[in-house]
Design a protein around this ligand. Structure first.
Ligand code: NAI
Length: 263
């Protein structure tokens, strides 16, 4: 019998995903951390560092490297998790990529489109489908459980960036996927949430730091600062803990007020 809840976090080797994994570990979850195996742009020690920091908190960590865009890996990721922890209580779909090169909409290539959509949308869609089936089966056996799925989208779900159109499209699609999943799974007692970060300090935004510094100084973020990965992690932790159990399908903005339209 497994008594400690288990969270599966994609993209847990750094940035927002690592902060979410640590936040959930503090809450008492055992963690399965997925990420791509080796990333030349990764300035941290990847999943190994996440593992070290989580084990210090007294819970277990299982590294599960794998490319979520490769649908053939999904069953193995689930089996590995169930072999170690029995089941998945919370799936956090955090892994995501921006375009390798920011190009104007008029110049976007099919390769970039396929890469970004392949990870952010297609990969996440089918990974979620696989894990949701597992959650539905488990709920039928153990009705008292309250499994949850969280999608990390972006303000790009409804904010236009013409030099990242394929990214915006992937996040808009992911936002709708969260809504559809919430609708489909509500009757099974599985809650689904969308968390929509704004401008967060991570390796992903490092190449555009100066541009965003200037935008923030110019007032683009009402609260006047960069977001931190921990700002996102705190929201995910509250959702995973069950603080919002009579709520599903909602969007939680973590953007310092960028959601506000102002004249
Ligand atoms: P990051 O680039 O620092 O980390 C991305 C993580 O995803 C890494 O662990 C990487 O290994 C993993 N990953 C990438 N491709 C993968 C694949 N095919 N399969 C498995 N894992 C893969 O990114 P960051 O900034 O931490 O972003 C995390 C999520 O939050 C992404 O979905 C991103 O789109 C989203 N986001 C980030 C914002 C920001 O300002 N940093 C703002 C809004 C959303």
């Amino acid at each position: 019998m497994y008594t400690t809840p288990c969270a599966f976090v994609t993209g847990a080797s750094r940035g927002i995903g690592r902060a979410i994994a640590i936040g959930l570990a503090r809450e008492g979850f055992n963690i399965v951390g997925n990420a791509t195996g080796y990333d030349v742009n990764d300035r941290s020690r990847g999943l190994a560092e996440t593992q070290e920091r989580i084990e210090e908190l007294g819970v277990a960590f299982l590294p599960a490297a794998g490319d979520i865009a490769d649908l053939r890996t999904h069953q193995g990721l689930l089996e590995k998790t169930c072999d170690r922890f029995g089941h998945v209580d919370v799936l956090v779909n955090n892994a995501g990529v921006g375009p390798r090169q920011r190009l104007d909409f008029l110049d976007v290539t099919p390769e970039s489109f396929d890469h970004v959509l392949g990870v952010n949308l297609r990969g996440t869609f089918f990974l979620t489908q696989r894990f949701a089936r597992h959650m539905v089966e488990r709920k039928a056996r153990e009705p008292a459980e309250r499994p949850k799925i969280v999608f990390i989208t972006s303000i790009s779900a409804d904010t236009s960036s013409p030099t990242r159109s394929e990214y915006c499209l992937s996040k808009a699609g992911l936002s709708q996927l969260a809504r559809v999943c919430a609708d489909r799974l509500a009757g099974h007692g599985i809650n689904v949430y969308e968390v929509r970060p704004g401008i967060i300090v991570t390796d992903m935004t490092a190449p555009v730091k100066e541009k965003y510094d200037a935008l923030i100084a110019g007032g683009a973020v009402p609260q006047g600062r960069w977001g931190k990965p921990e700002d996102v992690a705190r929201v995910v932790t509250a959702l995973a803990r069950g603080d919002f159990d009579y709520s599903t399908g909602g969007v939680f903005e973590v953007s310092g007020g960028m959601n506000i339209r102002s004249l």
